[in-house]
Design a protein around this ligand. Structure first.
Ligand SMILES: Cc1ncc(COP(=O)(O)O)c(C=O)c1O
Length: 396
């Protein structure tokens, strides 16, 4: 049987990293990866995480499984981080939270349940979106359609196009929106635009699946949650897929949560029981360690403060690289306007580079970018900025 199996196409982004590794140029620059990098080019273990791990090593005594829906204290802390500890949704017990293996695990469990209860539903995703969105939804058996989202000519959100497309989504379908720091464009709706989006979701009776993978990477923990909180003020029901991979630097620990918001507490409890059935048939129960780290940090005042400082440092480094990039590019190419890079949020931006320009950057300058022009601002450092901008200026 195996003889008949052809190789699957390689992952486009991971393939670039392979090519980067093989490149002998000592000045090579990789802007293609999806993880945060510090000034030395490393993906750091945050000091707060390091300390939490140390404490866990000293105190852990049990090696048994977690419950299917994970650690209840982690679930509570995760939902408070997203919804606040003053949330009326939490006070009214209208949310059920389940620990999942990363944000991807949350998306997959959500998609499995959606397919069970809405077998004919379509999931509408933004154009472009994180490439794994359609793959996860289709693997669960759901159909996927696209919404307009990005105006490539103006390098900004195509809000009119998005709104118009949302207004024609059939009632009962699912709309997947990025809570903040849109991947791959970095273009997010403003608070006023979120308000309009929330109203349309409510009026059209479509089901929001909010993917929240970058809380704290854009403007701040609360500022970044403003969009999802606005949507939840308007709609009776939603799923929130939360990832702690980026904001705690726990990528390989697979730490996330799925929050189901319901109209009634009984609905939330019933949904949770079905989500557990989906998880049981998939990965059985979630991994312990990353969630234990998050719980240890959020439950301890001093560690939490340290984590907030760690997160602020990552966010401000990204912001300062955006500013420096715009300044350096403007000096080299005063005829081009790169100010949009400074207005965008999170690790990613759409640079506007064409696939041919991306190929030249790789072949002539050892600068690696995803072919759609997405750049990871986290790959920029004060040391590589001049060389990077000169390479971009040369291929433009
Ligand atoms: C938009 C978006 N959603 C979800 C995820 C999933 O993150 P995790 O690593 O926690 O599965 C990512 C990770 O890159 C992402 O960019």
């Amino acid at each position: 049987m195996f003889e008949a199996i052809k190789p699957a196409p390689p992952d486009a982004i991971l393939g670039i990293t392979e090519a980067f590794r093989r490149d002998p140029n000592p000045q090579k620059i990789n802007l293609s990866v999806g993880v945060y990098k510090d000034e030395t080019g490393a993906t750091p273990i945050l000091p707060s995480v390091q300390e939490a791990k140390r404490r866990l090593l000293e105190t852990e005594r049990d090696a048994g499984y977690l419950p299917i829906d994970g650690d209840p204290r982690f679930n509570r802390l995760a939902s408070e981080l997203v919804l606040t500890d003053r949330s009326s949704i939490l006070a009214e017990q209208r949310a059920a939270t389940m620990q999942t293996p990363g944000g991807t695990g949350a998306l997959r469990v959500a998609a499995d349940l959606l397919h069970r209860v809405l077998p004919d539903a379509t999931v509408w995703v933004t154009t472009p979106t994180w490439p794994n969105h359609p793959k996860v939804f289709q693997a669960a058996g759901l159909r996927v359609e696209q919404l307009r989202y990005f105006d490539a000519a103006q390098n900004r959100l195509d809000f009119a196009g998005l709104l118009e497309d949302l207004e024609s989504v059939p009632a009962g379908d699912v709309v997947c929106l990025h809570g903040c720091c849109h991947n791959p464009t970095g273009a997010d709706p403003s608070p006023e635009q979120w308000e309009r989006i929330a109203r349309v979701l409510q009026d059209r009776a479509v089901f929001p699946l909010l993917d929240f993978a970058y809380q704290g990477f854009g403007r701040g923990l609360d500022e970044d949650a403003q969009g999802v909180r606005t949507v939840l003020e308007h709609v009776p029901e939603a799923f929130l897929a939360v990832s702690f991979s980026k904001n705690f630097g726990l990528y390989r620990e697979r730490t996330g949560a799925l929050i189901a918001v319901a109209e009634q507490p009984e609905h939330a409890a019933n949904v949770l029981s079905q989500l557990k059935a989906c998880a049981r048939a998939n990965y059985s129960n979630p991994p312990y360690h990353g969630a234990a780290v998050v719980k240890t940090i959020l439950d301890d005042e001093r560690l939490r403060e340290q984590w907030l400082a760690d997160l602020t440092q990552m966010r401000e480094r990204i912001r300062s690289m955006r500013t420096l990039f715009v300044k350096t590019m403007s000096a080299l190419r005063p005829d081009r306007d790169f100010s949009f890079i400074e207005q965008q949020n999170g690790m990613f931006s759409f640079s506007g580079l064409t696939p041919e320009q991306v190929d030249r950057l790789r072949d002539e300058f050892s600068v690696y970018v995803v072919r759609n022009g997405r750049i990871n601002v986290g790959g920029m450092t004060p040391q590589n900025m001049q060389r990077l901008c000169e390479a971009i200026a040369a291929v433009l």
